[in-house]
Design a protein around this ligand. Structure first.
Ligand code: FUB
Ligand code: ZN
Length: 635
C-alpha cells in the first residue's frame, strides 16, 4: 500500500473517530457511568471469574456455536460454505452476544488469537448480510425453507421470529466491539442493518413491533455512538407502538403487548422480554428527557420488587411462560428465575439508578448480581444454569439444567448472556454526577475517572463479599478539582432486604458502619442511602476506608408467599445462603431451625474456590439434633 493510501486511511479513521467521539447527545442520564474501558477489576472474587470467562467460557461458547452450526449458518448464508440452516431461528443472537463479551474482554486483556478469531466470525456475519442490510441467516440461507415461526416473508411473523431481537444483540455487540477495538467491521454491518430497519419500520411505514424486545436498547447504543437521532426515534417508536392495535394484532401480555406502555402498571408475561422492554423504555426516558413513561416505569418496578421478586433477585416464577405469575406467587421448587431475566433486571436497575440516583436500584442490582446472575455459571466456567430454582428435590425438572448445571442448551440465551455481562461488570462500579463520584459496587479495581475534564485515578481494594472492609486510595490526582464521594450503604447494611415488605430481617440489629480518611475516623453522614464524603482537593496517596459490618442474618418472608410460610433464609452481607444435602446428610427439606439459636460464620478457603459457610444446629425430621451447614446459593 502506498504511503498516500495509508495516510488516506489514517485520515478517514481520524474523521470517523472524531464523528463518533463527538456524537451530540442532547439529553442524557443525569448520572454517567464510568465506562468499562476505564476500570480494571483486580480482586480475589471477581477477577478469577472474569479470567475464567476469558479463558474458558468465551472459547467454550464459541466452540459450542461452531459445533451446533451457529457460526456456520453465517458462512452458508454468506456463500462461503455450502449447507443447510442448523438450529433455531434466533441462534444468530447467541453469536452476537459472545462477540459482545469477547469485545469487553479484548479491551481488558488484548489477545491476538481471540481478536483474529472474532474478526473471522465478523467476516462471516458481514458476508451473511444481504445487499440491502438484512441479516437473518434462517431466511437468507434458503428463503423457501425458513422455519415456520420465522414467517414466510421478511417481517411477516414478528410475534415469534426474533428478526428484530437478533439484530438488537448485533448492535450491542457492534458498539462494544468498536469501543474496545476502534474497528468498524461489525459496526458497519450494524449501521447498514439499522438503516434498513429504519426504512421499513416507523410511522406511515410498517407499524409492527418485535415479539421479543431487545432492539430498543441496541438502537439506543447506536444512537449514543453515532449521534444519529433516527436510531433513537426508531427505538421510541418500537416502545410506543407496543400495545397499539393499529398496525398489528396485539400479541398480549406474554410480550407486554396488551396495552400501550404508558398505560401499563404491572409486570406481566415473559420476564426477559419485560426486563429488556423496561430497560429500553428507561433509556428513552433519559435520552429524550421526557416524563411520559415515569408512572409506568416506577409502578412496574414497585410491582416487581414488592410482589414478584425472589430473595435471590430472580424474577419469573411461571415456567410455562418463562415469566411473571400473580402477586406473591413465588414457589421455590418450580421457580423459573431464568439467568437472562436476572440479567435484564440488572440492566434495568442500573439504568434506573443513572436516571434517579436512588440507592434502591443498585441494591436490587447487587442482590441480583450475586444471587440471581452468578449461580448461572459454574466455577469452572463451562456449565450453566438456565432456570435457577430456590429448592430442588433432585427430581423436578421443567427445563434442562434445573437440577445441575448443563454444558449447553438448544436455546443458549443464558450462557452467552453471562459471557457478555461478566466482563462488562467493570462498567457498573462507579458513576459521576457534578463533582461527585458514586461508588456502587465493592469490587477491587483500579480506575481512571474523568470528571469535569479532570482525571482522578482510584484504587479500590476489598475482600467483599466475604467482609465489608473497603479501602479507596487516590493513586493520582492533579488536585485541581474538588471532588466528593457517594459511597453506597448496601440495603442489607441498612436493614432492608428489598424495598417494600416482601422480605424482612428477623431482627432489627443495627450493623456497624465506620469511615476514616487518612486514618482519622469521620462522623458518618448518610444521605439517600449513600455515605457522603465531602468535596476535597484529593492528593495522591489519600486513603478513604469504609467498613460495613457483616453478620449472619435470618430473613422472613411476607406470609402472603405461601411457599415460604414457616421458613427462614440465611444471608450474610450481599449473599443468600443455601443448604444442600451434601453438607446436611439427613436431608434439607425437613430441617427445623430455631430462630433464636446461634449460627456462626467461617471462611473455608479450600471449598469451591473459597466460600463463607454458615454453621449451627438443627433438628431433623426425627427430632434429632444435627449439624447444619449452608453455603452461598451462587456456589
Ligand atoms: O427467545 C430468546 C430467549 O430464549 C429468551 O429471552 C429466553 O427466555 C428464551 O426463551
Ligand atoms: Zn436465557
Amino acid at each position: 500500500m502506498s504511503t498516500f493510501s495509508k495516510l488516506k486511511i489514517l485520515l478517514l479513521f481520524l474523521i470517523f473517530n472524531i464523528i463518533y467521539c463527538e456524537a451530540q447527545i442532547i439529553n442524557d442520564y443525569p448520572i454517567s457511568p464510568v465506562s468499562f474501558t476505564k476500570v480494571s477489576i483486580d480482586d480475589e472474587f471477581w477477577k478469577p471469574r472474569i479470567t475464567t470467562n476469558n479463558e474458558v467460557t468465551i472459547p467454550d461458547t464459541f466452540k459450542k456455536s461452531e459445533e451446533t452450526g451457529r457460526i456456520r449458518n453465517f458462512a452458508i448464508a454468506g456463500g462461503l460454505e455450502d449447507g443447510e440452516f442448523e438450529g433455531i431461528f434466533y441462534d444468530d443472537s447467541d453469536v452476537f452476544k459472545i462477540i459482545e463479551g469477547a469485545s469487553y474482554s479484548l479491551n481488558q486483556i488484548p489477545k491476538q488469537k481471540l481478536k483474529e478469531y472474532v474478526d473471522n466470525v465478523i467476516f462471516k456475519i458481514a458476508a451473511a448480510q444481504e445487499e440491502d442490510g438484512y441479516l437473518y441467516t434462517n431466511r437468507t440461507i434458503n428463503p423457501s425453507k425458513v422455519q415456520i415461526a420465522a414467517g414466510k416473508e421478511r417481517w411477516s411473523h414478528l410475534i415469534h421470529n426474533h428478526e428484530l431481537y437478533n439484530v438488537g444483540h448485533m448492535y450491542e455487540a457492534a458498539v462494544a466491539h468498536f469501543l474496545a477495538t476502534g474497528e468498524e467491521n461489525l459496526l458497519n454491518v450494524a449501521i447498514k442493518n439499522a438503516n434498513l430497519i429504519d426504512n421499513v419500520f416507523g410511522p406511515n411505514k410498517n407499524l409492527g413491533v418485535p415479539g421479543h424486545q431487545e432492539i430498543e436498547m441496541g438502537l439506543v447504543k447506536l444512537y449514543r455512538l453515532t449521534g444519529d437521532i433516527k436510531y433513537l426515534n426508531l427505538a421510541k417508536f418500537f416502545i410506543d407502538q407496543r400495545g397499539n392495535s393499529e398496525g398489528h394484532d396485539l400479541y398480549g401480555t406474554y410480550s407486554q403487548d396488551h396495552k400501550p406502555f404508558v398505560e401499563q402498571r404491572k409486570a406481566v408475561g415473559h420476564s426477559v422480554r419485560a426486563g429488556y422492554f423496561y430497560a429500553g423504555a428507561t433509556d428513552i426516558a433519559a435520552l429524550t428527557g421526557s416524563n411520559e413513561y415515569d408512572e409506568s416505569i416506577f409502578s412496574i418496578w414497585e410491582d416487581i420488587v414488592q410482589h414478584k421478586t425472589y430473595l435471590t433477585g430472580g424474577i419469573g416464577s411461571e415456567p410455562h411462560i418463562e415469566g411473571f405469575g400473580p402477586d406473591y406467587e413465588l414457589p421455590n421448587a418450580t421457580a423459573y428465575t431464568e439467568t437472562c431475566a436476572a440479567i435484564s433486571m440488572m440492566l434495568w436497575n442500573h439504568r434506573l439508578f443513572l436516571l434517579t440516583g436512588d440507592v434502591k436500584y443498585m441494591d436490587v442490582f447487587e442482590r441480583t448480581l450475586y444471587n440471581g446472575f452468578l449461580p448461572g455459571i459454574s466455577l469452572e466456567g463451562d456449565t450453566y444454569f438456565y432456570p435457577n430454582p430456590l429448592e430442588s428435590d433432585g427430581k423436578y425438572e421443567f427445563n434442562q439444567g434445573m437440577i445441575k448445571r448443563s454444558p449447553w442448551f438448544d436455546t443458549a440465551c443464558c450462557p452467552v448472556n453471562i459471557v457478555r455481562v461478566l466482563p462488562s461488570l467493570s462498567g457498573y462500579i462507579y458513576s459521576v454526577n457534578d463533582n461527585n463520584i458514586y461508588i456502587n459496587l465493592f469490587i477491587g479495581n483500579t480506575s481512571e475517572i474523568d470528571i469535569k475534564g479532570k482525571k482522578i485515578k482510584l484504587n479500590q481494594s476489598t475482600n467483599y463479599p466475604w467482609d465489608g472492609k473497603v479501602k479507596l486510595t487516590v493513586e493520582d490526582s492533579d488536585g485541581e478539582l474538588s471532588t466528593g464521594f457517594r459511597i453506597r450503604v448496601p440495603g442489607w447494611a441498612r436493614n432492608e432486604v428489598l424495598p417494600g415488605n416482601l422480605y424482612k430481617y428477623s431482627d432489627e440489629r443495627k450493623l456497624n458502619l465506620s469511615l476514616s480518611i487518612n486514618g482519622t475516623n469521620q462522623k458518618i453522614e448518610i444521605k439517600d442511602g449513600y455515605v457522603i464524603v465531602e468535596n476535597n482537593y484529593w492528593k495522591s496517596g489519600d486513603i478513604i476506608k469504609i467498613f460495613f459490618e457483616m453478620d449472619v442474618r435470618k430473613v422472613l418472608s411476607n406470609e402472603k408467599v405461601v411457599a415460604n410460610r414457616g421458613k427462614i433464609a440465611f444471608e450474610r452481607g450481599p449473599l443468600v445462603y443455601c443448604a444442600e444435602e451434601v453438607d446436611n446428610p439427613s436431608g434439607v427439606l425437613d430441617l427445623r431451625l430455631d430462630l433464636n439459636s446461634d449460627f456462626k460464620y467461617f471462611y473455608d478457603k479450600e471449598l469451591l474456590g473459597g466460600v463463607g459457610k454458615i454453621i449451627g444446629k438443627a433438628k431433623n425430621i426425627n427430632d434429632v439434633e444435627v449439624d447444619f451447614a449452608a453455603i452461598p446459593y451462587y456456589a
